[in-house]
Design a protein around this ligand. Sequence first.
Ligand code: MRU
Length: 352
Amino acid sequence: MKNIAMKLETVKWDNGSVVIIDQTRLPGCLRFLRCRTAGQVREAIRTLQVRGAPAIGAAAGLGLVLGIGRREYRDFSAFEKKVDEICAYLCSARPTAVNLAWALERVRRVMTRNQARPVGLIRKLMLAEALEIIREDKQNCRAMAGHAQAAVKKNARILTYCNAGMLATIDYGTALGVIYRAQELKKNVTVYACETRPLLQGARLTCWELRRKRVNVTLICDNMAGYLMQQKKIDLVIIGADRIAANGDTANKIGSYTLAVLARFHRIPLYVTAPRSTFDLRLKTGRQIPVEQRDAAEVRSLWFKRPMAAEGVKIYNPAFDIIPAGLISGIVTETGIITPPYTKNIRSRMTA
Ligand code: MRU
């Protein structure tokens, strides 16, 4: 494999624009997309050019700053109105990953706290906050990776799903960060990556970035996971999350629930890795998490030269499912691993 281990960041602010790795081009081609407007950022989020809960949040925070622009505002209330419009517009790009709303709200709060100051200064402070989200993401991923090592034994064979790596964050990853850290600690881990239909984030993105970091990875089709578990080839399942309710129910890429049921049946521990910004304590249970429905073309024909389903067939394409908390062995956050009873332990961890 060619050495392409240069330092990459999934989302960054560069000279007044937001530069993202265009994930729809991977693994064939590493291309960067420069967004100069909030509209371009929204489109990049909607079409999954930037994806993964923390990365979406980071892009949206910067997208808000782009939307504000450098123009003059009549007064604070005109400015506030514009900010609220952009927040609603960006937030509507994808409904499940709560990091999107969380980042926008966090940057918006800077405006509220500083309303007595000139708009030009507020904008600067909002940009600083959006950049702080990026800085914290890097730190949080490394902290999660460290805490999770308690669950990763030497020679562990780890199954992962979708992409919860550097491409889903800024530069390290949540679930894949755990694997990178294990590798740094010379634990000799091996990884099975599920391809993750329909958009193949596992095949296209996880395998690309694990190979780039020289992790021993084997790609499997999603429906092979149970067979591997039955053959005792998996010691541990590690995945990311898009939204975690107050009781620990976890939304993640469609197919995660199936894996969690399989893992429980085979007595294999399953860990969710997510920063505290992925928790949504307003929701009591996973039943309240909005599940994004996506275009039928993603199942029928996208990524294929010819359609892979009969013309006109009805297609159901929910992008996420919900893992009941009872199937999760632990939730790894930047401040430590949360174990059951989740409602109580999540509340205390979040207020700590
Ligand atoms: O539709 P995607 O590719 O944005 O879905 C991403 C996932 O489901 C990830 O597992 C999740 O966002 C966690 S990323 C650290």
